[in-house]
Design a protein around this ligand. Sequence first.
Ligand SMILES: [Zn+2]
Length: 444
Amino acid sequence: MPRLPIPDRPPFTLRARLLTPLGAGGYRYEADARLDVDAAGRLAAVAGWDTSLPAGSEKVIDLRPWIVLPGMVDLHLHLPQLPNAGLGAGLDLLTWLDRYIFPLERTFDRTAAEQLAPAAFRAMAAAGTTTALMYGAVFEGSLDAAFEAAEAHGIRAVIGKVMMDRLRYDPKLDESRVLEVSLRQSADLIDRWHGRDNGRLRYAVTPRFAVSCTAEMLRESAALARQTGTYWQTHLAEDRNEIQEVGRLFPDALDYTDVYDRAGGLSERAILAHAIHLSEREISRLAETGSRIAHCPSSNLFLSSGTMPLARYLDAGLVVGLGSDVSAGPDLSLFAVMRAGAYTQSGMRTMLSDPYPTLTPLEWLRLGSLEGARALKLEDAIGSVEVGKEADLIAVDPELTAPIPGLEHGEPEDLASRLIFRSHPDMVRAAWVRGRLLEGPPGA
Ligand SMILES: [Zn+2]
């Protein structure tokens, strides 16, 4: 068993197995690695143990046989929806929203957020997520509570107040003031929270989707994101009925993507969830504008929304990361999302004769970490375990994924494969952001 205690603040040195994608491409695997985290929470050294300096410090913590990976980056989830996780499988999107989600979000005021958010962030860390891009509800106070909880917990969080001026669930607000109030509250939240704690907390302007937003709201929200240098997140082309409804609401648009394009929303700071039913024109336009895609395969299967031709998108040069989409996705774990994604791609290959190759387990790990960081334009800071980056790390016990204890793994492909296809709810033992230990994972 590893020695106690697991370090809770920098500086410290870890001795562990290491598996990480690399910014320059490819991977690094060390069966016995040394990771030095400096006082500022940055990776000062990443080396094989044999070639490193002698271990003189008392802050060397030997985590072997655990494996250190970069913390996972969840590009899409809905904080208020967590209590609904696992409910409503197989309903279509618009029915599911109406029956399960709007009633839940309607009650997500400041008090509800104060109760839920701390537990939610612990659960995310326990699932191996150290960065999350989230939707809140429409209520400003609930966003303050969510940011306060994220600030205290230590997770790297990007959150946005949901904006809706059509198909709304906040009937208290006078119709004529919805847009103005929503913009003002979003701007105030940006002032209070965007960039807090040296950029650990950030804001995403969050118009829910084209069915819930007028062209004016989409345009004004995109302008606000541009002016403030914040992200802009929404949903795109998730479900056939939804796409039909968008066509009815925006008859002049070429297609769903064009609705956001005309609003000025498409850019390298736009993160679009799902995007599973796209034409070649839409794929090219998204690639051209550098728009980011949050791929949520478990959600897409759960709500029978469809399957993403992922390899086609990657081939077109789209930046794609992974999202749990709780609660349309049932599970916060990005390892579970990778598994759903891999099965989806295998299914497409066998049933649809998809000509593109499926991704390897190591490629799925890259999507869940470094590509997620790239989607947020944070790839220079996080997403891989490399010198100079911030120490956003997780330590995973791979023994829990083996069918028989003590089994030898082929390394690193077999390790990655078991983390995805036999992931265990307790396998993430520790998670750090900037070298600070997050509450949630069970520890040693
Ligand atoms: Zn969503």
